[in-house]
Design a protein around this ligand. Sequence first.
Ligand SMILES: N=c1c2ncn([C@@H]3O[C@H](COP(=O)(O)OP(=O)(O)OP(=O)(O)O)[C@@H](O)[C@H]3O)c2ncn1[C@@H]1O[C@H](COP(=O)(O)O)[C@@H](O)[C@H]1O
Length: 106
Amino acid sequence: MRATLFDLERTIRQRRQADPSQSYVAKLTAKGRGKIAQKVGEEAVETVIAAMASDRDGAIGESADLLFHLMVLLADLDIALDEVLDELDRREGVSGIAEKASRKAD
Ligand SMILES: N=c1c2ncn([C@@H]3O[C@H](COP(=O)(O)OP(=O)(O)OP(=O)(O)O)[C@@H](O)[C@H]3O)c2ncn1[C@@H]1O[C@H](COP(=O)(O)O)[C@@H](O)[C@H]1O
């Protein structure tokens, strides 16, 4: 069975309260939001580096690290994955070009 981001969200929320010596999520969470955010930034940069090197396997691995750390950051902010997906739903069918043009008209 394929794991979903919702499964990962549930695991991360459970592991936040775990023993930091036994759980990476708990250990990172204990270091504070600044450290979690820093990890998201690092993984984003590593994803970009892999992409620019046309390193397909590297981009897959770094993208997984990026998604995981973003999910840890969302949990720390008490933002549910559903809230982010709701925002994407809201944007569905709205061209990014048209949306940007409407902002310039303001
Ligand atoms: N998906 C992941 C996942 N992806 C990456 N990582 C860890 O993220 C860490 C990032 O590695 P880095 O080398 O960048 O960071 P670091 O050296 O540990 O930290 P610093 O150098 O920044 O101090 C590694 O320890 C990876 O193992 C993950 N750790 C956990 N998960 C999921 O989270 C669940 C709960 O994990 P625990 O909290 O550890 O039980 C696991 O069952 C997995 O499903």
